[in-house]
Design a protein around this ligand. Structure first.
Ligand code: KG4
Ligand code: ZN
Length: 344
């Protein structure tokens, strides 16, 4: 099964070709970060317009890189949600039109499913079942991944997502958007024990998370001590956030009895988090997996992968509508054979 994947849910335009036998054959990505930088966040209308400009050249490049022709593909998968409605529609329409012109099937897939299965792009890939810590700009979730389409949401954030807390704190420290990676780089020069920030919701049982109080604590401290302690604030904030995630992951592993843990989503690129997870897996005698950074942040390789796995299991779209779902929680998904769009 050779599938073209298209991603356009937020501020990255991407196209990739994935083959169930040979793996990833082509992979192209364009980030709109510079476009939105001046506004301190993603401007939806600008994002949609830029997707229109970039999508087809990237599709052509990814197919070219794969060595296949459009006709040799078995189908096209596109992100149908969650994400910005206008941005999603660009990818959905592009994918549907291209598929129709080439007589291929097109399948709308869930962006979050892409993130939780992204570790399968790597060798060795984790076997099912595993615990996924999904931490991105819009999501912070602990998910038990038992198989394709079998996701149990164990806990999530009550307010800010982990990436959002990174970005908002980074913005205050004067770093450009999105600030997660920049804050992390600044933290390397700081003392993580300089300030004792809260580890939110770790003093009570359960797997729910909350990061807005931690963000506020960092911001309040910054206002009190001033600009020359920026690196110390960054390091202490990062340590508090990572500690909090690790405490929750440890609880989730104990609660579910799962032995493998994977990290996915943009914050999964964070070095301290990766190191702490590795240590935790070592301590518990388990295994820890993470996709390389470019597969942690938004990409089309994960969308092509999900499309290929689902199409390989027989799932097809029932009609030609290109509806998108700006809200589409992971636990609404089903295995291919039970999915509404299945022809089986
Ligand atoms: O998954 P992603 O590319 O987009 C979605 O939100 O779906 O994640 C982007 C988020 C941003 O909040 C960004 O600041 C954060 O991931 N991020 C990081 C790092 N690299 C990206 N956060 C902490 N440390 C990093 N190295
Ligand atoms: Zn994402």
């Amino acid at each position: 099964m050779q599938v073209l994947g298209i991603e356009s849910s937020c501020d990255e335009t991407a196209a990739a070709v994935y083959c169930t036998k040979s793996g990833l054959l082509g992979h192209q990505i364009y980030s709109q970060v510079a476009l939105h930088d001046a506004y301190g966040g993603v401007v939806p209308e600008l994002a949609s317009r830029d997707h229109v400009r970039k999508l087809m050249p990237l599709v052509r490049a990814a197919i070219g890189q794969s060595g296949l022709s459009l006709e040799q593909l078995d189908g096209i998968a596109y992100t149908a949600g969650p994400g910005l409605a206008g941005a999603l529609l660009v990818g959905a329409m592009g994918a549907r039109a291209l598929a129709f012109s080439a007589g291929l099937d097109a399948l709308g897939v869930n962006h979050l499913e892409g993130h939780v299965l992204a570790p399968l792009l790597e060798t060795p890939a984790p076997a099912f079942p595993y615990l996924c810590l999904l931490v991105s700009g819009g999501h912070s979730e602990l998910v038990a991944v038992r198989g394709l389409g079998e996701y149990e949401l164990l806990g999530g954030t009550l307010d800010d997502a982990a990436g959002e807390a990174f970005d908002k704190t980074a913005k205050l420290l004067g770093l450009s958007y999105p600030g997660g990676a920049a804050l992390s780089a600044l933290a390397e020069h700081g003392d993580a024990s300089a300030f004792k920030f809260p580890r939110p919701m770790t003093d009570r049982p359960g797997l729910q998370m909350s990061f807005s109080g931690l963000k506020t604590a960092a911001i309040t401290q910054f206002k009190a001590v001033g600009g020359d302690r920026k690196a110390d604030i960054a390091a202490s904030f990062q340590m508090a956030l990572v500690d909090t995630l690790i405490i929750k992951v440890k609880r989730a592993l104990k609660q579910t009895g799962l032995k493998r843990v994977v990290v996915a989503g943009g914050v999964g690129a964070n070095k301290s988090l990766r190191e702490a997870l590795k240590d935790l897996a070592g301590e518990l005698g388990g295994e820890c997996f993470y996709p390389r950074s470019e597969f942690c942040t938004d990409n089309a390789a994960m969308i092509a992968l999900v499309g290929a796995l689902r199409m390989d299991a027989g799932q097809r779209s029932e009609d030609l509508t290109a509806g998108v779902l700006p809200r589409w929680p992971l636990d609404q998904l089903q295995p291919p054979e039970l999915s509404v769009s299945s022809r089986n």
